[in-house]
Design a binder for this molecule. Structure first.
Ligand code: AKB
Length: 316
């Protein structure tokens, strides 16, 4: 059996920084090559600086380490992407085309492509089904929809084993998100444990699909480890953890921190959130490769508060 060597692109981001550690625990420290355009604050394990728009540099790293799997996490997210739509399209698509071509030309066995609930738009009411219509409202969502279709094309045309999840908003204590519409649901915990008032950029009743980071890591590796014949969706799988609104997460936090206070000041991100579904039907993922989330809102809140208290040294 060929030994795995995994390349993670965008390793310093919200998902990447946690995923690299998770993969190293599973496959071994020397088997995961972390790359990012920025140097990490605290390098550990193998790290290479990589601008993923540079296909030649990416190919050099793939050959240097005999890479067998690529997790491509670099992207500009929904809210930040709206500031410069053409640049967002360029970065999100060029980096993915490079991954697809480098993987194809160098015999990389598997590719992970993160898609998003941002692929859904106004034609989905409250619940997004696996095969709901995709009419994204943001350039980030348009790029993810295109990426899903390119994944399917490379699978069908070249047999490249690409697997993908439509991530909801991801919430974790280890790292901060940047440039997303669901970011409020991470920031709120940081403000709460530090006894600060939280100013929310969404309205109180804006329900969005979310997932706890441990569930997101489990889903990602479970999908990548599933036998190829179980993977029946080659665009991207719907993935759900939980759904809640700002007023519901605030109520969950108040069970631990009764004085927590939230104020609402909706901005341009409200329109993005309004274009997304409230809930995701992930029954196809459950059926095909046995996906089950472990975290509810309250279970996540308990862990987030405990971990952030440790992080901020607020244990007693
Ligand atoms: C965002 O808010 O842009 C991301 C996403 C849902 O893909 N977290």
């Amino acid at each position: 059996m060929k030994a795995e060597c995994i390349l993670v692109i965008g390793a310093n981001g919200q998902i990447g920084s946690v995923l690299v550690e998770y993969l190293r625990e599973i496959y071994g420290l020397g088997k995961v090559v972390a790359t990012d355009i920025r140097m990490p604050d605290y390098p550990s394990g193998i790290f290479e600086q990589l601008d993923a728009t540079d296909a030649r540099a990416m190919a050099d790293i793939v050959r240097k380490y005999s890479v067998t799997q690529i997790y491509h996490l670099a992207a500009i997210l929904s809210a930040k992407g709206e500031q410069d739509p053409l640049r967002t399209w360029h970065i999100n698509m060029q980096t993915y085309f490079n991954v697809l071509e480098v993987a194809r030309e160098n015999g990389v066995g598997k590719v992970f492509y993160p898609s998003s609930i941002a692929v859904f738009g106004d034609h989905v009411d409250d619940i997004a089904e696996q095969w709901s219509y995709l009419d994204p409202a943001t350039v980030y969502g348009i790029s993810k929809t295109a990426g899903e279709n390119w994944s399917n094309y490379y699978f069908k045309r070249y047999g490249l084993d690409i697997r993908s999840l439509r991530y909801p908003g991801i919430i974790g204590y280890q790292s901060m998100p940047g440039g997303g519409t669901t970011d409020y649901a991470v920031d709120i915990y940081h403000k709460a444990v530090n006894n600060e008032v939280f100013e929310c950029f969404l309205k109180p009743d804006t329900t969005l699909p979310m997932i706890y980071i441990s569930d997101a890591m489990d889903a990602t590796v479970r999908l990548m480890e599933a036998p190829a014949e179980k993977i029946r969706v080659r665009t991207s799988y719907n993935l759900a953890g939980m759904s809640f609104s700002p007023e519901e997460i605030a109520a969950s936090i108040r069970k631990h921190l009764p004085d927590f206070s939230i104020q609402y000041k909706p901005d341009f991100r409200q329109a993005i959130a309004d274009s997304w579904p409230k809930e995701i039907d992930d029954s196809q993922a459950r059926k095909d490769w046995g996906w089950r989330p472990a975290y509810s809102l309250d279970k996540m809140t308990e862990e987030m508060i405990a971990e952030l208290r440790k992080k901020y040294d607020l244990v007693n």
